[in-house]
Ligand binder design. Structure first.
Ligand code: MLT
Ligand code: MN
Ligand code: ZN
Length: 310
């Protein structure tokens, strides 16, 4: 199984278009140690020819153009694509806006929770993915589903599981209490398994906290791509970028007693990789103390173009 990181940054990307924080300014200036990153997405393939996208970021067109495996094949028919299917893990803009790039009457299979597919169905702009060409299938929680493209079996199964999180930012309803109307299916994680070999990994780009059920699922996993949005809960407030904590945004932090480094300590995960990294996060500076601390704790920091083979 081949896994390619198409985008390793959180919503907004790195640098973010309107952001003059010290990380973004350094990335924009091309300073060494600050690699630009596009928004959160992975591509996965069992055979190296047919690909499954995990999330469709607003940067998808750029990501496809920078990934030769994902371009239309020259020896193929007049309209063709190696991208056969897409799974989305929530309805945030950074994970669904790229679906609009996948129009042009191209057969495609789209998968997501019932809740997220309902959000797409309620927004007519997504009708550019015409039902004549694009199938939409619910992913029930805790069930393995064999992922099929329009004309192929991808040789992969996907199991969705509920993860503590929050409804998409643009659907938040203050009148509905402290969880803003969050419902089951608003945030899912994915376990992807290669059918032929049984090799598997987990992809959890958004997660508010690691509860007992999630800890159980993570225990002993060979590979996990995990929410690396913020290093600490107050970093956006401290940098005067936002009034919001990580908790308020539905994201666990990397550091701290309830953070991901600490929560993963006894879970025996072989390979741990941060993804969905916000531009405020000091781990985006290759030479920061925080980056060293994450690496010393056994974590890797993903970058666009990173490839993992299982
Ligand atoms: C998030 O991960 O919290 C969202 O992508 C925020 C957003 O929509 O910008
Ligand atoms: Mn996001
Ligand atoms: Zn910034």
């Amino acid at each position: 199984m081949i896994i390619k990181v198409l985008g390793s940054a959180a919503g907004g990307g790195f640098p973010q278009w309107n952001c003059n924080c010290s990380n973004c300014a350094s990335a924009r200036a091309g300073e060494p140690g600050f690699s630009p990153r596009t928004q959160s997405s992975l591509a996965v393939s069992a055979n190296g020819t047919d690909w499954l996208l995990l999330n469709a970021s607003p940067d998808l067109r750029q990501q496809i153009n920078e990934t030769p495996e994902l371009g239309a094949v020259r020896s193929g028919s007049l309209r063709n694509t190696p991208i056969k299917a897409v799974v989305v893990t929530n309805a945030d803009v950074d994970h669904i806006a790229g679906l609009i790039n996948l129009r042009e009457q191209q057969p495609l299979a789209l998968y997501g929770s019932h809740r997220v597919l309902s959000t797409l169905a309620a927004n007519s702009i997504f009708n550019v993915l015409s039902k004549d060409f694009v199938t939409r299938s619910d992913l029930p929680s805790d069930e393995r589903v064999a992922v099929k493209g329009a004309d192929c079996d991808l040789g992969l199964t996907v199991e969705a599981f509920d993860v503590p999180g929050k409804v998409a930012l643009f659907l938040e309803d203050e009148s509905r209490g402290p969880d803003f109307g969050t419902q089951k299916g608003d945030t899912i994680g994915l376990e992807i398994t290669e059918t032929a070999t049984g090799k598997r990994f987990l992809y959890i780009p958004g997660c508010a906290t690691i509860d007992a059920a999630l800890a159980k699922r993570l225990e002993g996993a060979p590979l996990v791509f995990f929410d690396g949005t913020l290093f600490d809960d107050e970093e956006m407030i401290r940098q005067k970028l936002s009034q919001k904590t990580g908790k308020r945004m539905g994201h666990i932090s990397i550091s701290g007693p309830e953070g991901s480094i600490s929560s993963f300590k006894n879970l025996n995960v072989d390979r741990k990789i941060f993804i969905h990294i916000n531009n405020s996060n000091p781990i985006l500076n290759d030479n920061s103390e925080e980056r060293q601390a994450a690496e010393a704790a056994g974590w890797e920091v993903s970058h666009d173009g990173m490839e993992v083979r299982l």
